[in-house]
Design a protein around this ligand. Structure first.
Ligand code: ATP
Length: 588
C-alpha cells in the first residue's frame, strides 16, 4: 500500500459511513434491530418506575395482594426486556456477519481486477491481512460496537429525560457534570483512532512477513534461516503489540477518567437527594427511581466511551479498506471496446514500442521495439537474461500499456479492446506454471471451465500428461498440493500445456522452462508443444535448440532492442550474440 501519504481520517463516523451501502440489502434486519432496540430500551427505562411504585405504593399498602400486583408488573417488564434483547442480539449479529461477508467478497473481487503495477508494489500477505483482520474488525463493530453505541445513546437520552421528569432539581445538578465527562472522550478518541490504524498496519506487516516466509519455505530451510525468519516475524509481532499497548493504555486511561467523573457526579447528587428525603421534600421511592436512572444513564455513558474508542478503531480499519476499494486499475476497457470475432486470425504487431516499468523511468525494458507475427507463425525470442523477453509477453497480454508506440491484435490496438476479451484469445504457458491446490482435473479445467471429462483426458493426452496423471494415487482426483508442489517441474509444465490445449486459443504465448529436463521429459514436452502450436500464432521465449530450430523466425533481443533476426542457420552464420548464446545455451 502507499504508505507515503497517510492521510489522517478526520472523523471515524465519516469513514464508517462507507458501510451504509452494505447495510441496504438487509433492510428487514436493520428494521428488526431498531424495533427490538426501542422495545428493550423502553423496558430498561420502565424498570426504575416499577421499582418506585413498588417502594412507595407496595410497601405502604397494608393488603399484601397490592405488592403482588407490582411484582407481577416487574416480571412482565423483565419478560419484555428478555425477549427484546434476544431479538436485538439476533438481528444485529446476523447483520454484522452478512455485511462483512459482502464486504470481503467485494474487496476480493476488486483486488482480482487490479493491474500488475498494483501487485508489484503491494505485498500479497498484506492484502490477505486486510481481507481478514480489517474486515474482522468491522464484523465486531457492526455486530456489537455499533449496536452498543446506538443502544447506549438511546438509553442515555432516555434516562436523561427520565431524570429530568423524576426530579428536575437533582437532574439540573447532574447536568453540570456532563460536559466534563464528554470532553475527554472526544479529545482522547482522535488519538485512539490514530493508534488503532497504526496497530492494524503492524498486524498487516506481520501477516505479510509470515505468508512470504511460508511461501518460500524451501529457501528458508535450505539456507537454515528458521531462526532468522522467526526473529523477523517476532519483530513484526512485537511491533504490533507495542502499538496495541499504546492504544489500550490510552483507552484504559480514558475509561478510568470517565468512571471517576461519572460516579463522582452521581454520588454528589445522591448526597443532596438523601438530605431532601430526610427533610421530607422527596419520597424514598422517587430517590430510588432517580438513583436507578442515574446508574443506567451513567452505565450507558461508560459503555459509550468504550465503544467510542472501538468506533475510532473501526474507522481506521474501514479507512484502509476504502483505500483498497479506491484503487483504480490503469488497464481498463474503453467505453465502447471494439468487438473481436469468436476466434481472431492471430496477427500480432508491436510498433515502435518503448516501455518502462513503474519506477524505472530511466531504464526502459523495451526501446523502439518492432515485431510482426503473421497468423499461424511461430516466432522464437532469445536473448540474455533481462533482455526484455518476458516484457514482450506481458505487453501482448496487456498487463501493461507501452508509454510509446502500439501493440495490436488483428489490427486492433489493444487499448481499444476489452482486456478480458483480448485475453480470451490468448493462452499463456508460463515458465513456472502455477497450479492450484485442488485436484488434477480441476487444474486442467482451469483452461475451460465447462470442459467435460472426455475433453480433459483428451487434452492431457495431447500434452503427454495422461500417463503420469492416471498413475497418481487417485488418478485425476489426486490433490496436487499448494501451487502443485506434489508434481515435478516437468509434470507441472505438461499440466500447464494441457490447460492451454483446453483453452484452445488462436494465440499462444510460451515461456519455456529453463530448468534442464531429462531427455525423455524433454522429448515428451517438445511433442506436446508441437501439437499445441499447430495452427496457432505462437510467440515462444526459447531456451532449447529444438524450439528455435522449429521456429519460422528467431528474434534476438538484447537490452530491450532487436539485434538480429533470422533462422537458426542464418543467425549462426552471422556469428554475433546469437552464435554466442547458441554455443552456451543450446550446446546440448
Ligand atoms: P529472463 O530471461 O531472465 O526472464 P527477460 O528477458 O524475460 O529475462 P524481462 O523480465 O522482460 O527480461 O525484464 C526486462 C527488464 O525489466 C529487466 O531489467 C527487469 O529488471 C525489468 N523488470 C521486469 N519486471 C519488472 C517489474 N515488475 N518492475 C520493474 N522492472 C521490471
Amino acid at each position: 500500500m502507499n504508505t507515503e501519504s497517510p492521510t489522517p481520517r478526520p472523523r471515524p463516523l465519516a469513514a464508517l459511513r462507507a458501510l451504509l451501502p452494505f447495510l441496504r440489502p438487509y433492510r428487514a434486519l436493520v428494521v428488526g434491530w431498531l424495533g427490538f432496540l426501542v422495545l428493550s430500551s423502553s423496558a430498561t427505562l420502565a424498570l426504575p418506575v416499577a421499582v418506585r411504585l413498588m417502594i412507595d405504593r407496595g410497601f405502604s399498602d397494608q393488603d399484601p395482594s397490592g405488592i403482588d400486583r407490582w411484582f407481577v408488573g416487574l416480571i412482565a417488564v423483565a419478560l419484555v426486556l428478555a425477549v427484546a434483547t434476544a431479538g436485538r442480539f439476533f438481528c444485529v449479529s446476523l447483520l454484522g456477519e452478512k455485511v462483512v461477508a459482502d464486504l470481503r467478497e467485494r474487496v476480493f473481487q476488486h483486488l482480482l481486477r487490479l493491474d500488475m503495477d498494483f501487485f508489484a508494489r503491494t505485498r500479497a500477505g498484506e492484502l490477505i491481512s486486510r481481507l481478514a483482520a480489517d474486515t474482522e474488525l468491522l464484523r465486531s463493530v457492526v455486530s456489537s460496537t455499533l449496536s452498543v453505541a446506538l443502544r447506549s445513546t438511546v438509553t442515555m437520552l432516555g434516562s436523561g429525560i427520565a431524570l429530568l421528569i423524576t426530579s428536575p432539581r437533582l437532574a439540573g445538578m447532574a447536568a453540570i457534570g456532563i460536559p466534563v465527562v464528554i470532553l475527554p472522550i472526544v479529545l482522547y478518541g482522535r488519538r485512539v483512532q490514530r493508534l488503532a490504524r497504526d496497530n492494524q498496519d503492524r498486524i498487516a506487516d506481520a501477516n505479510a512477513s509470515a505468508s512470504e516466509t511460508l511461501g518460500a519455505i524451501h529457501t528458508v530451510q535450505s539456507y537454515v534461516r528458521e531462526e532468522h525468519e522467526a526473529q523477523r516475524f517476532g519483530d513484526a509481532v512485537r511491533a504490533s503489540i507495542a502499538s496495541a499497548r499504546r492504544r489500550i493504555g490510552t483507552q484504559a486511561a480514558l475509561t478510568a477518567v470517565v468512571i471517576l467523573l461519572v460516579f463522582g457526579a452521581i454520588t454528589g447528587v445522591l448526597w443532596i437527594g438523601a438530605r431532601d428525603v430526610i427533610g421530607g421534600t422527596l419520597s424514598a421511592g422517587t430517590l430510588g427511581q432517580f438513583v436507578l436512572y442515574a446508574v443506567i444513564g451513567a452505565g450507558s455513558i461508560g459503555a459509550l466511551t468504550e465503544v467510542w474508542a472501538e468506533l475510532q478503531r473501526a474507522g481506521g480499519g474501514m479507512g484502509r479498506i476504502e483505500e483498497l476499494l479506491a484503487e483504480r486499475t490503469t488497464i481498463e476497457a474503453p467505453q465502447n471496446p471494439e468487438p473481436l470475432p469468436e476466434r481472431v486470425r492471430g496477427e500480432l504487431r508491436l510498433e515502435d514500442v518503448t516501455f518502462h516499468y513503474a519506477g524505472r523511468e530511466n531504464q526502459p525494458a523495451l526501446k523502439h521495439f518492432n515485431l510482426h507475427l503473421r497468423p499461424g507463425e511461430t516466432v522464437a525470442l532469445v536473448g540474455p537474461s533481462g533482455a526484455g523477453k518476458s516484457t514482450v509477453l506481458q505487453l501482448l497480454l496487456r498487463f501493461h500499456d507501452p508509454q510509446q508506440g502500439s501493440v495490436s491484435l488483428d489490427g486492433h490496438d489493444l487499448r481499444r479492446l476489452d482486456p478480458r476479451e483480448l485475453r480470451r484469445q490468448i493462452a499463456l504457458v508460463p515458465q513456472n506454471p502455477v497450479l492450484f491446490g485442488t485436484d488434477a482435473r480441476d487444474n486442467l479445467r482451469y483452461g475451460r471451465l465447462d470442459a467435460d471429462d472426455a475433453a480433459i483426458i483428451e487434452a492431457a493426452r495431447t500434452a503427454e500428461a495422461h500417463g503420469f496423471l492416471s498413475n497418481l494415487p487417485e488418478g485425476y482426483d489426486t490433490h496436487l498440493g499448494e501451487r502443485g508442489v506434489r508434481l515435478s517441474g516437468g509434470q507441472q509444465q505438461r499440466v500447464a500445456i494441457a490447460r492451454a490445449v483446453l483453452k484452445d486459443a488462436p494465440v499462444l504465448l510460451l515461456d519455456e522452462a529453463t530448468s534442464a529436463l531429462d531427455a525423455q521429459s524433454e522429448r515428451d514436452i517438445q511433442q506436446a508443444l508441437e501439437r499445441l502450436m499447430h495452427g496457432r500464432t505462437t510467440l515462444v521465449i526459447a531456451h532449447r535448440l529444438a524450439t528455435v530450430r522449429r521456429a519460422d523466425r528467431i528474434i534476438v533481443l538484447d537490452a530491450g532492442r532487436i539485434v538480429a533476426e533470422g533462422t537458426h542457420e542464418e543467425l549462426i552464420a552471422q556469428g554475433g550474440l546469437y552464435a554466442e548464446l547458441a554455443r552456451l545455451q543450446f550446446s546440448a
